[in-house]
Design a protein around this ligand. Structure first.
Ligand SMILES: [Zn+2]
Length: 308
């Protein structure tokens, strides 16, 4: 069995947020760009109350999505054509590129409780599944996308870990091969907030299926580490305690955009979700104290690489 939990710890907690990019409330929607005045401020205040908590921000290199669903309704009905075009308006390349937003990068780099992970190059794809960036591309195409993504991260000066949460959790096998080739150490593909908790529960919702629901694991001949997400705003506190009692990883997920042009995300970061986590984490601290490893996917990935 994978050795992933330091000695003396009973369970682990990590918190990850997707879709981070420099979008401000004066753009189509806010996604971190308002810095401490926006959604990331809510997260900072939660971490103030829970000093052991750290947050991994899965960040997109050059976000181009405006609408998460097709808005070109007519084109979406035409076979063949619909797969050849973006079915909603998208941002021009470079608009949200990390290397064009130095004040955003400075803010993220200065907040030591944030860990930055990868969340795609543009977060768009032609055809019906607009945000699902990694679909049926060839290995060469995946390689090009990943290299462009990494170059923007490097050019921007952002500090980041070599791990990815693929947009819409979709990580095809050919992508996994290219992740390994591009020295990416972990992938957080499977999200499952429904399957009941048990030691041998397997993921069966978004992203990769049939992987451990409450433990990290190694895939692709142990060349890639996989972390599940198993808890969100709509999950009941009992689910968190069941995961801890099973000596698991409580992997809490959120999305930074609460309201994308009227589409409300159930797990979007807002005051209500942060209040819920505040109460839950307070209860966990009271009950388990030092038995909990408050960690990040990047830290766990390093621990696993060293100890297996
Ligand atoms: Zn996303």
């Amino acid at each position: 069995m994978l050795n992933w939990l330091p000695k003396g710890k009973k369970a682990a907690i990590c918190f990850t947020i997707d879709d981070i990019h420099p979008g401000k409330s004066s753009d189509f929607y806010e996604a971190g760009g308002d810095l401490d005045k926006g959604s990331l401020g809510y997260v900072q205040r939660l971490m103030d109350k829970h000093p052991k908590l750290k947050t991994t921000l899965f960040t997109t290199a050059d976000w181009r999505e405006i609408s998460p669903v097709p808005t070109r309704k007519l084109a979406a009905k035409i076979p063949f054509l619909k797969d050849k075009m973006y079915l909603a308006k998208v941002l021009k390349k470079g608009t949200m590129a990390l290397d064009k937003h130095p004040e955003f990068i400075k803010f993220l780099n200065n907040e030591t409780r944030f860990e930055i992970g990868l969340h795609g190059l543009h977060h768009i794809h032609k055809g019906e599944k607009l945000p699902q960036e990694f679909q049926n591309q060839t290995e060469e195409e995946f390689d090009i996308i990943l290299k462009k993504m990494l170059k923007i991260f490097d050019d921007s000066g952002i500090k980041y870990v070599k791990g990815i949460c693929p947009p819409s959790w979709h990580a095809p096998d050919k992508l996994q091969n290219q992740l390994i080739k591009n020295d990416i150490k972990f992938v957080a593909s499977a999200r499952d907030i429904f399957t009941p908790i048990s030691e041998d529960a397997k993921t069966n919702m978004s992203g990769l299926k049939d992987l451990p629901l409450i433990y990290p694991t190694q895939i692709k001949n142990n060349k890639l580490i996989h972390f599940p997400s198993n808890f969100q705003a709509t999950s009941k506190p009992e689910r968190a305690f069941e995961i801890i009692e099973n000596r698991g990883l409580l992997a809490i997920k959120a999305h930074i955009i609460k309201n994308a042009n009227g589409m409300i995300a159930l797990d979007g970061v807002d005051q209500l979700y942060m209040n819920y986590l505040d109460v839950l984490l307070t209860e966990i601290e009271g009950k388990y104290g030092d038995d909990i490893w408050w960690t990040t996917m990047g830290e766990m990935s390093e621990f696993i690489s060293k100890n297996n």
